[in-house]
Design a protein around this ligand. Structure first.
Ligand SMILES: Cc1cc2nc3c(=O)[nH]c(=O)nc-3n(C[C@H](O)[C@H](O)[C@H](O)COP(=O)(O)OP(=O)(O)OC[C@H]3O[C@@H](n4cnc5c(N)ncnc54)[C@H](O)[C@@H]3O)c2cc1C
Length: 493
């Protein structure tokens, strides 16, 4: 057992995604000596956008929830001191946040739980009992989430066994129609799960976060990563880029540091692994982890990857869309195995808009190129990407009409995600937090070895919100509840 209030000593954080940088900023604010090591030349992981053909393309931040003044993510960002440097625009102020388009109807997801309940009642007048049951539970989770109970309440969040059960099964028990199930199915896809796999608690948490208020980045999508990096450096944090951690150094029973690909060694008393835990086991000397611990990590199943197409279109011929559009093709039972996400925002070049389209894609679909690296996969891979992009473009044309001035800016696959951030199998949202796997992930919140903690999207929940909350939780574990309350929560309240 770790003693409360132990001094973490020198801290090394592996990975500069939102999880690593959030943990780094909190610890630097608390006066600790922190070094973040990032394997890529640019810090930020999935929150970092990139430039292609002069266009600015987002990766892992298409929209964000609960950033209005006083709302959970905003309070956490205010505590970190990054809010003012991240340009945002609010969605859903004059219409929906999301529009779900099915073959024969569409449903608008508005801001606010009352408006959501009203839209559901209007669309499904015969299912008021079911809708009331769902929105009652949603309100409970949403109220607790809005108060940030997860961090602030001494009791934490009362999580019942039922809240880990499947949302899909819950809706079947309530007697929801297939059509209502398909409308309610979308939020679980935002963390890479089907409704059937998605635990009630996670479902309501994701939906609450976006219903409170939804936002997207305005302008340059590198700014978010830069805001986090700038803040971390300003607080005295050290950032090493373009040199990943290759080995975790240990003495019997404890951490002593990390060795980087360049051979450089960094001493540390505490390591926060803000990368996938499956990347950490090979970094440890044999026999440091108990064999059952290592096996448990290896056996964890991950969410699938995403296939993403970014297109530039003529800005004078196409309006930007102030909401996201989901084109959905439900199965007979209402499940959403197939569907695509579309977002049209202002492009970074004058007179253009950017249309981003994405859909779930397993790495097995890219099997012939699995052993290749980004930029070296050959013309057949490029051709396959273009072929698949063709289907997306056809779908977008059916939605928006002929795409004037269209120009493919970039196409990426789960292999790209795998190589960019080291996510096993190109997984977009890391470990599946499914009802059947949830209990098997609980051990990740305890130190794997004295001084070794996990953080990042794999520790509590994925998405910017889930990863940020997870980073605060890991700091609580490292510095102990008493100090966390006194030095972090006091300022957050
Ligand atoms: C295409 C896509 C779209 C998404 N859209 C949204 C969205 O709209 N809204 C939302 O909330 N969430 C979205 N997400 C999810 C969200 O981006 C992630 O949950 C979150 O960014 C994960 O942060 P992280 O810090 O855990 O991991 P990462 O961002 O993956 O960071 C891990 C970092 O560790 C580095 N690293 C790996 N191995 C090493 C090593 N050995 N040494 C040093 N560094 C290493 C990686 O290079 C990377 O920089 C999306 C994800 C994807 C893939």
């Amino acid at each position: 057992m770790l003693k409360q209030n132990r001094d973490p000593g020198k801290i090394l954080i592996i990975g500069s995604g939102v999880g690593g940088l959030t943990a780094g900023i909190i610890l630097a604010k608390l006066g600790h000596s922190v070094t973040i090591v990032e394997k890529n030349a640019g810090a930020g992981g999935l929150m970092r956008g990139y430039r292609r053909r002069g266009f600015d393309c987002p990766v892992g931040v298409h929209y964000l929830g609960s950033l209005a003044s006083g709302q959970p993510l905003r309070r956490l960002w205010d505590y970190l001191g990054v809010t003012g440097n991240i340009p945002l625009e609010r969605m859903g102020t004059a219409g929906p946040i999301d529009r779900y388009i099915f073959d024969d109807f569409h449903f608008d997801l508005p801001e606010g739980l009352p408006a959501f309940a009203e839209n559901l009642m209007r669309a499904f007048p015969g299912e008021s009992k079911q809708i009331t049951a769902v929105t009652r539970q949603l309100r409970e989770v949403s109220d607790s989430f809005a108060r940030l109970d997860m961090l602030l309440s001494p009791e934490g969040v009362p999580v019942s066994v039922e809240s880990f059960s499947s949302m899909g099964e819950h809706l079947v028990r309530l007697g929801c129609s297939e059509r209502l199930k398909s409308v309610l199915g979308v939020p679980s896809t935002l963390i890479g799960l089907s409704l059937q796999e998605c635990p009630l608690f996670y479902y309501y948490l994701v939906l609450s976060s976006y219903l409170l208020s939804s936002w997207r980045l305005r302008g340059d999508s590198l700014r978010m990563a830069e805001a986090f990096v700038g803040r971390f450096r300003k607080l005295g944090g050290q950032l090493v880029v373009a040199d990943g951690v290759e080995r975790i150094l240990t003495e019997p029973g404890r951490i002593t540091g990390g060795r980087l690909h360049s051979g450089r060694e960094i001493d540390a008393d505490t390591i926060i692994a803000a990368v996938h835990p499956q990347n950490i086991t090979p970094m440890l000397p044999a026999d440091v982890l108990r064999s059952d611990q290592a096996e448990r990590i290896d056996r964890l199943e991950n969410t699938k990857g995403l296939f993403v197409v970014t297109l530039a279109v003529d800005g004078s011929a196409h309006e930007t869309l102030p909401y996201n559009l989901f084109r959905l093709h439900p199965e007979a039972d209402g499940s959403l195995a197939r569907g695509s996400f579309h977002q049209i925002r202002e492009g970074s070049q004058p007179g253009t808009h950017l249309l981003t389209m994405m859909a779930t894609s397993g790495i097995e679909e890219w099997h012939p190129w699995e052993r290749t690296r980004s930029g070296q996969r050959g013309e057949d891979y490029e051709q396959e990407k273009r072929n698949r992009a063709g289907a997306f473009i056809a779908e977008a044309t059916a939605l928006f009409g002929p795409l004037k001035g269209k120009q493919i800016v970039d196409i990426y696959t789960p292999l790209t995600i795998r190589d960019w951030v080291g996510s096993p199998g190109g997984s977009a949202y890391g470990i599946r937090r499914s009802s059947s796997q949830l209990m098997k992930t609980a051990f990740l919140s305890r130190p794997a070895l004295k001084g070794l903690f996990f953080a990042g999207q794999n520790i509590l929940a994925p998405g910017i919100m889930g990863t940020t909350l997870g980073a605060f939780q890991v700091i609580r574990r490292i510095i102990g509840q008493e100090r966390f309350s006194r030095e972090v929560l006091e300022e957050l309240r």
